[in-house]
Design a protein around this ligand. Structure first.
Ligand code: DQA
Length: 154
């Protein structure tokens, strides 16, 4: 059965590759998505990036309704501020893994506060683009199949 997974990226991540490359690297979001498709041919990915919380929340609701098996979420700066995004993750009851390219614990103090992460299954931070396939691997091994929308931990 093919697994449906959602990969959500928040504000400013559309600028990956050109945005503060010393912090976020030189790989573009399109390259990162291509690499995920190549690494997990068995996964049916949906990729979505938005610069506002509302669009990310709408996409999570939609994923839940259509039986997606889990999501990788890099909330960008919303990770540190958005109660609404956290509530959406909690509401949809999908396994969600939060990813940060940079080590948010080794940067400014305000980045240590992770508002959304408490509703997520886990967090990968500081491993650059490699964090995404690690999160996907977790969802493939421990997420639901996406066929029912129900959570099946294995
Ligand atoms: C980020 C870390 C956030 O603090 C920042 O606002 C981002 C990117 C990361 O992937 O390292 O936009 O989520």
């Amino acid at each position: 059965m093919s697994r449906q997974l959602l990969v959500l990226n928040g504000p400013n991540l559309n600028l990956l590759g050109e945005r503060e490359p010393g912090v976020y690297g030189r790989q573009s979001l399109a390259d990162l998505e291509d690499n995920l498709r190549a690494a997990f041919p068995e996964v049916d990915f949906s990729f979505f990036q938005a610069n506002g919380a509302g669009a990310l929340i709408d996409r999570l609701h939609q994923a839940h309704a259509t039986g997606v098996g889990g999501a990788v979420l890099n909330p960008g700066g919303l990770a540190h501020t958005s109660v609404a995004l956290r509530d959406a993750v909690a509401a949809v009851a999908l396994p969600v893994v939060e990813v940060h390219l940079s080590n948010v614990h080794a940067r400014e103090d305000f980045r240590r506060r992770l508002v959304v992460a408490g509703a997520c299954e886990g967090v990968v931070a500081g491993l650059g683009p490699r964090g995404y396939p690690l999160a996907v691997q977790h969802l493939v091994e421990h997420g639901s199949t996406g066929s029912t929308g129900a959570r099946e931990r294995g």
